[in-house]
Design a protein around this ligand. Structure first.
Ligand code: GLC
Length: 424
């Protein structure tokens, strides 16, 4: 009798020790604070439906800081985090560093149809050396948010060119300053970080400029880009319709909060801002409209292609569970939930025909248009270094410490040095 009890106790201890040693599935997520909160709830739901426990690794909003937070454990071959979200611009680099677990065998075993996703994005971003290394969670594109009530009050249409936007903003800012001394015409991401490259690309591409030439070489020093950068600088210094902290502080959340608190007429931001602006507690929830970004007179509309993809670490100690989580997040139902609850632009193309999505995501037609005009950042393994140089010079031009022409000329030289080191 005693022997039996003793062996039961020993077995229980051994089992509980094994359970303790079972490696945890760790998932790194970041974004705006409401997005991180949302992931917490979604993960609970995942655990309830699969029995798989997940430890969340909470990351900041800024994409550059999020990247750092992943590169450190990956370089050190740590087995956590097992799963993470990647900015569209890092996937190529993570894959070329051999940090991503190929997903092909899982996709085949679970008979997942990749045609349900945007095939151009899958082939350009998620495939590396013929292997699938990531899947899209959502696609981002730059949008123009505006105050419907103020445009109506002063009888201005939604601007379609940058000159119209400037004229409208100057007029309404001047008129409104009496009642609202803190109001600015236009807020956008100008701080020295990746978001500035996204804004810069939209201005230059809508002036027939760009960051790469037809053969994929980085060319930033040209007339169209100088003109566009000059225009961006003038918005802050000459027209004074963008606040002086544009180049020191303005990132996604600073811009979003400024507009949401009634301190701006126009805002450049990503689709996530729509969900937040439309919340009941948002002071402008019934006053906000959304449109595609303006263009220069002889340019075309442009929206930087952003977005976040999910992948599994090559060093994951729970790869099968990690796959269960990836599968859950990219499933039709969860993608639909993320689109309806957070206003995200789904990574799956099959969702755009969903009746509920069409009915409740009132901005989906604008998203589609912006998406059609999207411009990608160069997909290079050394993109981070190129971006770092450009961030520094574009930001210096915005601050006024160097002219736009000089900034782009110097950026061009440094970028060529970076490319050369890489190709040596
Ligand atoms: C958004 C985009 C991402 C971009 C970042 C810049 O998160 O999805 O692609 O790099 O903003 O701040």
């Amino acid at each position: 009798m005693y022997k039996t009890i003793l062996s039961i106790i020993i077995a229980a201890i051994v089992l509980s020790n094994c359970a303790d040693k079972e490696p945890a599935l760790t998932f790194a997520v970041g974004g705006a604070p409401n997005e991180v909160e949302y992931w917490e709830k979604l993960i609970e739901y995942f655990t309830d439906s699969t029995g798989i426990k997940v430890t969340l690794m909470r990351q900041p909003t800024d994409t550059d800081q999020r990247r750092q937070g992943l590169v450190i454990p990956l370089k050190a071959r740590k087995n956590d985090p097992d799963v993470f979200l990647m900015d569209v611009i890092w996937v190529g680099q993570f894959a070329s560093s051999d940090w991503l677990l190929p997903l092909d065998t899982y996709i085949e075993a679970d008979v997942i149809d990749l045609h349900s996703f945007f095939s151009n994005i899958i082939s350009q971003v998620d495939m590396y050396n013929g292997k699938l290394v990531a899947l899209p969670v959502y696609n981002d594109c730059g949008l123009l948010y505006y105050r419907k009530d103020l445009l109506e009050k002063y009888r201005f249409p939604v601007p379609t060119t940058w000159y119209e936007l400037r004229k409208t903003a100057v007029k309404i800012q001047n008129e409104e300053r009496g009642a609202a001394p803190h109001i600015y015409g236009f807020v956008w991401q100008g701080a020295q970080y990746e978001g500035l490259i996204c804004t810069f690309l939209e201005f230059v591409a809508s002036n027939r400029g760009g960051i790469t030439d037809a053969t994929g070489n980085i060319i930033v020093h040209n007339r169209e880009n100088i003109e566009a950068l000059q225009f961006m600088k003038e918005l802050i210094h000459r027209d004074a319709i963008s606040p002086p902290n544009t180049f020191t502080e303005m990132k996604e959340e600073e811009v979003r909060l400024s507009f949401e608190n009634g301190h701006a007429l126009f805002e450049r931001n990503w689709p996530y801002a729509w969900g937040l602006h439309k919340r009941d507690e948002s002071p402008i929830n019934d006053k906000v409209g959304v449109a595609i970004l303006p263009r220069f007179s002889d340019g075309t509309h442009a929206a930087t292609l952003g977005g976040w993809h999910i992948g599994i670490s090559k060093y994951a100690d729970t790869p099968d569970k990690a796959w269960q989580l990836v599968k859950f997040i990219v499933s039709y139902d969860i993608q639909k939930k993320l689109a309806l609850d957070l206003g995200w632009n789904p990574g799956r193309s099959d969702l755009y025909n969903d009746a509920q999505i069409k009915k409740h995501m009132t901005h989906v037609t604008v998203l589609q248009k912006a998406f059609e005009n999207s411009v990608a950042r160069p997909n290079l393994p050394y993109y981070t270094q190129v971006s770092e140089v450009l961030q520094r010079y574009v930001n210096a031009a915005l601050s006024g410490s160097i002219t736009p022409a000089e900034a782009l000329e110097r950026a061009q030289k440094e970028i060529e040095e970076v490319a050369q080191t890489y190709h040596e």
